[in-house]
Write a protein that binds this ligand. Structure first.
Ligand code: UTP
Length: 293
């Protein structure tokens, strides 16, 4: 199963981190010195993805600009001899023609956003990557999923899953656990935000998916679900009637950067993972913890 394309839904309103997202896309929020969208782009590129499809909305042009060249900046950096900065910009740049942008005119939900990419994806399996969830690990989460998918039968769908505390399952999409082989298991049922005490397991569905193109047909007629939005989980439940789903219990810490506390934690975790920042950050945190109890 060759996965060549990844869809990045970036049309949401980011209401949980307002006012930061009033005039700036949530996906441009910065972890250490890079926007969220650059981390997930790199994760996908390292996993072998060749085409990157962004489903954008109003107020999101900064994302398109971020992946374009900035001639004035390049010229100024060159004139000033700023080689390191020039190398960073060149490294982060997609190859010409490797990115597409389409618009979701109204934020009708994640399922609807994915459906908006149907013509770009066409009739082949593809990845969906949510930019507000970062996973700190090498190899990246998507690379682990693609490696797992290579050993699965054709027409398999793959979900990145991670355990959450039992008292938090009602906040997530949860999947049941069937036959297990190491870190991979057959998904035995899925449910979006189960009522407290009714979850089939503690395994939450996280922001990485490998889906078969048949999902688009289901999304085309998917009714609104939880929160009045067209939910991807509901469409996956529909697809699971004819195709298998597998969970990959991936290695790495997951950070929900779309919440305030998750965003702060991610900055600390990614900062501590950086050799150039680690010591200073540790000293600063000790100082804060010492003075604030
Ligand atoms: P979230 O639910 O985390 O994002 O969706 P949100 O709706 O922007 O955030 P809150 O809950 O209001 O704070 C996960 C991803 O799906 C995209 C978002 O941009 C985010 O990257 N999304 C969500 C869409 O593209 N369209 C939608 O209609 C909803």
């Amino acid at each position: 199963m060759k996965i060549r394309k990844a869809v990045f839904p970036v049309a949401g309103l980011g209401t949980r981190v307002l006012p930061a997202t009033k005039a700036m896309p949530k996906e441009m929020l910065t972890i250490v010195d890079r926007p969220l969208i650059q981390y997930v782009f790199d994760e996908a590129r390292e996993a072998g993805i060749e085409h990157f499809a962004f489903v954008t909305g109003r107020n999101k042009t900064a994302i398109e600009d971020h992946f374009d060249r900035m001639y004035e900046l390049d010229a100024t950096l060159a004139a000033r001899g700023k080689k390191t900065e020039m190398e960073i910009l060149a490294r982060d740049q997609p190859e010409a023609g490797a990115v597409s942008f389409t618009r979701q005119q109204a934020p009708l939900g994640l399922g609807h956003a994915v459906w908006c990419a149907r013509d770009i994806v066409g009739d082949e399996p593809f990845a969906v990557v949510l930019p507000d969830e970062l996973v700190l690990n090498a190899p990246g989460c998507l690379a682990q999923m693609i490696a797992a998918a290579n050993d699965l039968p054709e027409k398999s769908n793959v979900l990145a899953v991670q355990e959450v505390p039992a008292d938090q399952t009602h906040q997530y999409g949860i999947c049941g656990v069937g036959k297990r082989d190491g870190k991979i298991f057959e998904v035995d049922g899925m449910v979006e935000k189960p009522a407290k005490g009714t979850a089939p397991s503690n395994y939450s569905i996280t922001g990485r998916y490998i889906l078969q193109p048949e999902i688009f047909k289901i999304l085309a007629t998917q009714e609104r679900g939880a929160g009045g939005e067209i939910q991807l989980t509901d469409a996956m439940i529909g697809l699971s009637k004819t195709q298998k789903f597998y969970g990959v219990d991936f290695d790495g810490e997951r950070h929900d950067c779309g919440s305030k506390s998750g965003f702060l934690r991610a900055n600390i975790a990614f900062g501590m993972a950086r050799a150039d920042l680690r010591d200073g950050l540790r000293d600063d945190m000790k100082r804060y913890l010492g003075s604030k109890g």
